[in-house]
Design a protein around this ligand. Sequence first.
Ligand code: GDP
Ligand code: GDP
Length: 438
Amino acid sequence: MAKPIVAIVGRPNVGKSTIFNKLTGQRLAIVEDTPGVTRDRIFCDCEWSGHKFLLVDTGGIEPRIDDGLLAHMREQAQLAIDSADCIVMVTELSAGVTPQDQDVAGMLMRSGKPVVLAVNKCDKVGEPPMELYDFYSLGLGELIPVSGVHGHGTGDLLDAVCAHLNFEEDEEDTDDRITVAVIGRPNVGKSSLINHILGENRLIVANEAGTTRDAIDTMVENKYGKFIFTDTAGLRKRGKVESGVERYSVLRSLAAVERSRVCVIMIDATVGFTEQDSKVAGYAHEQGKACIIAVNKWDAVEKDSYTMDAMRKKLEEDFSFMSYAPIVFISAKTGQRVDKLFETIHFVDVQNGTRVPTGALNEMLARATAKVQPPSDKGKRLKVFYITQISTRPPTFVCFVNQKALFHFSYQRYLENQIRETFGLTGTPIKMITREHG
Ligand code: GDP
Ligand code: GDP
């Protein structure tokens, strides 16, 4: 179910983002309307020889810190080691091997994670230059000369990466254990929630086998079902002292999202929405995960009878790209509405796995097109012949139409809303695919 994660690390200016853009084919506009995600994108779905993985450019992840380049690089590398299945270390031909490269290469090697070394800016085709061989001194084994700008060697690079990855069959996930990722900035209360849950429920700690990531999962069973909270390593171990010190790790969150069916996006009621919140939320949305917005520390908010409605309204605007996501106001400290959270997790998971029969879909289509006539352009009118659901998680529908160009966004939105209204698909993104048909 989870796609492997491949992280690109290396010194600034060696060409990480250039290579990232080349490998992802700059298909950056997959989802047009997810704010904060399409801008300065640092992660992208990749496909090579039929294998899918998530590529992450760690250069763009964390805000630069002031304690020097090497510290920054080490931190980047550590993130990659913690969360990725394969690491691409990028160096640059003309700069040769630098002390920082040696340091980071040493770290990567000791981690035991698969590493592929890319020597970038090898712009000339033909015989590899002599300087290339110096890079063997990093001790990373196989090295691949590439030119991020021209694209030479990027196919070899992808081959080498894929050779290290385990690809699971992409089968429909009907396990009755619901995998859940709790994501959010530091200090919003993620650890507190996990600890509260641990105190209240029968729990089993599982170290998920079969993944190369050092993930620790927390399993919980209660009257709402069986739940597996993914990647709780950092959350369960943390004590008071460390609390909040860990910087926001997008990569960690991405890994947790990738491995889950439901994402609980936690925000702090005393702080409210921030840009960072929408980044990972946007990713969960794009990946078709069922999502819930949990507003934590509700106990600490001074409130009257209007406060909740006002906050809900504001959040609906902030998270307008995922208007389907239920908002739950909780307190990890007092346990207020944590029950409700479990109930909601179960609910959105069911929605995310819903399958609508084709007959019912097309009855709905007939009613919807009768109510609002499809648009026309230059005398030609859109016809929607047929809708069918091809998969779940998220529910994915194919619409067969006479001419794609006529199927404007607004009419797609209209049909999507009709589907939601008719079949109650709340709490989950849905995907619409258009096909032209005779
Ligand atoms: P990052 O900081 O590692 O992400 O590096 P960038 O991707 O921003 O690239 C830094 C500079 O190197 C830019 O000016 C790029 O145009 C340049 N660059 C990247 N790849 C190549 C390459 O393959 N050949 C050459 N000659 N320049 C490159
Ligand atoms: P994390 O970094 O997201 O894991 O956040 P923590 O769980 O470490 O919580 C950060 C701080 O917020 C700690 O001081 C907690 O005691 C406090 N906190 C967490 N949840 C609540 C809550 O529901 N109410 C209040 N008042 N404080 C909370």
